[in-house]
Write a protein that binds this ligand. Structure first.
Ligand SMILES: [Zn+2]
Length: 179
């Protein structure tokens, strides 16, 4: 079954004097089922409707809304998709019904640069579980050809990236034992 992946908007994040400015990447996965991944901030409704229209898709046709985690810039327009099952971080629901599922998600990758500079995902974006995230980043990079990070343009996975992330994993015992 063929699926197409269309990034509707590239996410971003940057530190400013007042804190942080950010919005998430918003992605349409189009095939036998139609899936939207992360729905931006509550102020981006028109952008999402327009982005879908560019690919001939309406909000009513979306089967699944996947929000990688519950931050406000990832869930802002979930209520555009009333026919979809909603998967938000750990919870999977349709109307009042919640399904039990062992999901663990988040901004696994903040943006491409965080492969060379782990400080970006660990401290600037912040990680609840750095050890687990480090392992899952490695696992995904070994499998994927392309990654759509939470807050940056999609990027192609290179052999060098696979190696870098693996090296970080193997060296992590020394690197992260601070007292
Ligand atoms: Zn995010």
């Amino acid at each position: 079954m063929a699926y197409e992946v269309h990034v509707l908007y590239d996410g971003f994040s940057k530190m400013t004097e007042n804190g942080m400015e950010a919005n998430c990447s918003c992605t349409l996965i189009k095939g036998p089922k139609k899936i939207i991944v992360d729905t931006m901030t509550a102020w981006d409704k028109e952008l999402i409707i327009e982005g879908l229209a560019r690919h001939g898709v309406t909000c009513e046709e979306i089967d699944y809304v996947v929000c990688t985690h519950g931050h406000s810039d990832h869930i802002g327009n979930n209520n555009l998709f009333m026919n979809a099952k909603h998967i938000v971080g750990f919870s999977v629901s349709f109307k009042n019904t919640y399904f039990i599922h062992p999901f663990e998600t988040g901004d696994l990758f903040e943006r491409e640069e965080d492969i060379k500079d782990p400080h970006l995902w660990q401290h600037v974006a912040g990680s609840d579980e750095p050890g687990l995230q480090r392992q899952n980043r490695n696992r995904v990079l070994q499998l994927a050809d392309w990654v759509v990070p939470g807050h940056g343009p999609k990027f192609q996975v290179t052999q060098k990236m696979k190696q870098d992330v693996e090296d970080i994993l193997n060296n992590s015992d020394n690197q992260f034992h601070y007292i």
